[in-house]
Design a protein around this ligand. Structure first.
Ligand code: FEO
Length: 397
């Protein structure tokens, strides 16, 4: 359960830590380190609750609110985003805090009605709208498609505090709430995985939103997202990472992702890896039947080139390789090189299938990829090695 944690003398984290979450969005996203549902209470001449929590944790939220205020006196319930991990306790809070005025975007209102029915008159806000709490102000910034149409950020200028809901979040459960209290290597790994698997399709919108915040001249000293740790010590670190990720600016890294039936495609993958390494770039290799796809996608976020391999089966690729390509077609990573490779027996085709799907995902595809019949020969392995070196050179350019 834990207790409310102060961000400053009038602002408190009143969320919940879910140590045991291992999947999110149904079973679509793995969360090896658990997660948190962050909700924040501002206690001023007027009081405001920013977002709620996933319903199984509603009691955590209620107890923390009760430790700070009389709930029936809550003035505003701000819903930055309607997805259930944040709005799921909306009915509980409405019952507990009947006079709280709901504050949301127009689309947020549509979502709330869709999930919970009507019967309330929200205060619909747009970018630039403000609410005075007394000493503090809530300023709203619409953030459509970051990552839902309803999403918005709340900003408190007096504290230079940004409450951006999902943006800048990470799925990680920690006993401490702030970035200067935890292992930042773990946090950045989870922030990258979160961005890669949730926000990657919206890179151009992320770039524009960061530019808009710059233009608005908002000073940001603390970022309190709706998942994971609160950026207090180094808020610029996550903003800089988002700017880089949004532009698709990976580091000199290649990802080799493949699956294999009788180790022929695997031998090709290993030779490609050796070539990449000999060419002087960092390379990571994932056998897809034994790798977590969300972790592979997180690696791809930072990569400049992605080499995908499958043997041919039924004129197609292995069903263990297909989901990664499906995901990439939806996630549309920016500025990536791609290549297909694979072995075949009686008839080929997998490499072309991979190339077509990489093109559909907007990769710059290196064609033709590499194929080998039956067991790769020493010459085939050498071709793969040389191709790895060539890709390394492309990456370094
Ligand atoms: Fe954390 Fe879009 O929900």
């Amino acid at each position: 359960m834990g207790k409310a944690i102060a961000l400053n003398q009038d602002t408190f984290w009143v969320g919940a830590v879910d140590w045991n979450a291992r999947y999110f969005h149904g079973a679509v996203l793995s969360t090896h380190r658990g997660t948190t549902y962050n909700s924040y209470l501002l206690r001023d001449q007027k009081t405001a609750l920013i977002d709620t929590v996933y319903p199984p944790f509603a009691d955590d939220l209620v107890q923390k609110i009760k430790s700070l205020i009389r709930p029936e006196e809550l003035d505003y319930l701000v819903i930055n985003h309607v997805e259930i991990d944040h709005s799921g306790s909306f009915p509980v809070i409405r019952e507990l805090c009947p006079r709280a005025r709901v504050v949301c975007t127009q689309r947020g209102y549509e979502g709330l009605q869709g999930y919970f029915g009507g019967g309330f008159e929200p205060l619909i806000v747009k970018t630039g709208d403000t609410i005075s709490l007394g000493r503090r102000t809530l300023q709203f910034i619409e953030a459509p498609m970051l990552h839902w149409p309803d999403s918005m950020f709340t900003y408190v200028p007096e504290d230079s505090l940004l409450l951006p809901n999902d943006a800048f979040g990470q799925h990680i459960a920690t006993a401490s709430r702030f970035d200067d209290e935890v292992d930042m290597a773990e946090v950045m790994q989870e922030a990258a995985k979160y961005y890669a698997n949730i926000l990657m399709p919206f890179g151009s919108l992320v770039s524009r939103k960061l530019a808009e915040i710059n233009k608005l001249g908002l000073s940001i000293k603390m970022i309190a997202p709706s998942h994971g740790i609160i950026w207090r010590g180094q808020p610029e670190r996550i903003v800089e990472a988002y700017a880089r990720w949004a532009e698709g600016l990976g580091r000199p890294l290649a990802v080799v992702a493949y699956d294999t039936m009788w180790q022929s495609t695997e031998r090709m993958a290993m030779a490609l890896l050796d070539g990449l390494e000999a060419g002087g770039v960092e390379a990571k290799l994932y056998k897809l039947s034994s790798s977590d796809r969300n972790d592979v996608i997180a690696a791809i976020l930072e990569a400049r080139a992605v080499l995908i391999g499958s043997p041919t089966i039924n004129n197609d690729i292995l069903p263990t390789v297909s989901p990664l390509l499906d995901d990439l077609m939806g996630l549309r990573p920016r500025n990536k090189l791609g290549m297909g490779f694979g072995s075949y027996g009686w008839g080929g085709g997998a490499q072309q299938v991979i190339e077509e799907r990489l093109k559909a995902a907007k990769f710059e595809v290196i064609e033709p990829g590499i194929t080998a019949k039956w067991r790769p020969t020493a010459e085939d392995a050498q071709r793969c090695f040389e191709r790895g070196r060539e890709v390394a050179e492309r990456i370094k350019q």
